[in-house]
Design a protein around this ligand. Structure first.
Ligand code: AMP
Length: 190
């Protein structure tokens, strides 16, 4: 199982789990949010295009994200597999990813949904705002990000479930326990 997608609302722990799982599976963790943040910090053209959307808690337009992911997946380290964190997030992105993978003759192996209720993720993001100072962890922006997730990304779980790819994993609990749950779910033990 090496071509994976991690889904879940902001604050569900995707970034943390993606890093741990990727290391364990020996594939790169590809986080679109991290790539955007790095580009915004370095003030690249891509960063400038993404920043206003990120700051408002809105999604960056599909064509910008899709082009960036196509580029990243074409790099040699992704040839043997990858773990996508934060992509796809819209049905248009799902179709685009399907196309990229079909072009390479390889489909997804599984889609892991980290499940966490809204009260929990809001609390986590409030703590992260105090520690990391991420502008989009501001309370009003967090509310908007959760709304956008509900409207645009939550429906993807049904879509992937209908393909038999979805593994739902409880995202609440100590980091290493959640990792163990994901590994078990991927092994078909949960
Ligand atoms: P994240 O770190 O995954 O929460 O992403 C931070 C922000 O980057 C999001 O709120 C969006 O503005 C933007 N972003 C990341 N991934 C995507 C994506 N797949 N589609 C659209 N916008 C994205």
């Amino acid at each position: 199982m090496t071509r994976l997608v991690l889904l879940g609302p902001p604050g569900a722990g995707k970034g943390t789990q993606a890093a741990l799982l990727a290391e364990r599976l020996g594939v790169p963790a590809i986080s679109t949010g991290d790539i955007f943040r790095r580009n915004a910090k370095e003030q690249t053209e891509l960063g400038r295009r993404a920043q206003q959307y990120m700051d408002a808690g809105e999604y960056v337009p599909d064509e910008v994200v899709n082009a960036m992911v196509a580029d990243r997946l074409a790099q040699p380290d992704a040839a043997g597999g990858f773990l996508l964190d934060g992509y796809p997030r819209t049905t248009a992105q799902v179709e685009e990813l399907d196309g990229m993978l079909a072009g390479a003759g390889a489909g997804l192996d599984a889609v892991v949904e980290l499940v966490a209720d809204e009260e929990e993720v809001v609390g986590r993001l409030r703590r992260r705002a105090a520690v990391d100072g991420r502008a989009d962890d501001d309370e009003a922006v967090v509310r908007r990000r959760l709304e956008v997730y509900r409207e645009q990304t939550a429906p993807l779980t049904d879509l992937y479930a209908s393909r038999g790819l979805l593994r739902r994993v409880d995202g609440i609990g100590p980091v290493e326990e959640v990792t163990a749950r994901v590994v078990a779910a991927l092994d078909g033990r949960a």
